[in-house]
Design a protein around this ligand. Sequence first.
Ligand code: NAD
Length: 360
Amino acid sequence: MGYRILVTGGAGFIGSNLVHYLLEAAGLDLSVEIERVVTLDKLTYAGNLENLKDLEGDERHRVVEGDICDRRLVDELLKEESINAVMHLAAESHVDRSIEESASFVQTNVVGTHCLLEASRAWANTRPEIEFRFVHVSTDEVYGSLGVDDPSFSEVTPYSPNSPYSASKAASDHLVRAWFHTYEFPAITTNCSNNYGPFQFPEKLIPLMISKLQRGERLPVYGDGSNVRDWLYVEDHCRALVTALVKGIPGEVYNVGGNCEKTNLEVVRELIAVLADLDLKIGTIDPDSVIEFVTDRPGHDWRYAIDSSKIQSELGWAPKESFESGLRKTVRWYLDNAEWARHIEDGSYRGERLGLSSGA
Ligand code: NAD
């Protein structure tokens, strides 16, 4: 039997890239059979059905609007669709929003993960013949912040979350760990660094800067721009997630990263150069004249760096894109999909209801 996968948060940035990867590339890339993909998404401001529009008509895919905290709905979906794998991406994901309002982060990221774990455990117990798997998608932010000479985060780095977002993700990781140790629930956790690529909501650094550059606006950079992040092209992340699903060992944690540390200022400068090169209308831009340093975010972690040698050596995964090639693909995508960005700007993306099942 092939994989019948429930993807939570499948209308968001990474989730929609994952759904595309599962249905379009994973079969050839990783020799896996994908029989069915069910997207479960609450369609918060970050969920966008236009991200999945080109999959309309693919009978292997179903979209369900619903909340991962709705136990009855999750129970019904697991059973009705004979799910044998859950890939859990649904989350409130934006650090700045978590500082303004944290309750929804605790609700979705902690309570929602608990609901999914319990529903999945109950379902898997009724079907012992299925080799069930649960891939919990988490972040490197749970490990806290590094100093300039500190070694990169590994899978045994102690947790030290500093924002309401990372604290809620850390709590969900602990639940997943406990479900494996207490119930032998076959869960695998991945902790990944900053992603970029198509379909990323324009509140995050790279798409925000692209849209501001296109509108001739100044580019706000936190503090002095020296915060360091590790960057990974989203399709490389998706391949890591499916690799973890297929080859990963239950109970294990895999760190995923691009081995690509950059300061925010370096990212913005490289982005300006790529956009000027690909979008001739923009012309030459002097970075110093458009970058504007703004008051830093409270509790802003200074440096993240991830050691992904475990998934590379044990599961044979490696990123395919360099930052330069991934950034060019990303900018090209935003230039070719101006309408997608416009629908977010004017709010019309939230009115879309394409081939949607409501509830189970
Ligand atoms: P996103 O905000 O773009 O998408 C989240 C999706 O979850 C949205 O479609 C939203 O509608 C949905 N959602 C929110 N609450 C829900 C609920 N209660 N029930 C069902 N669906 C709900 O986020 P993203 O950037 O795609 O991140 C996906 C996952 O990957 C998250 O768990 C995040 O913590 C993790 N992650 C993200 C990054 C990154 O750089 N973006 C890096 C590492 C890990």
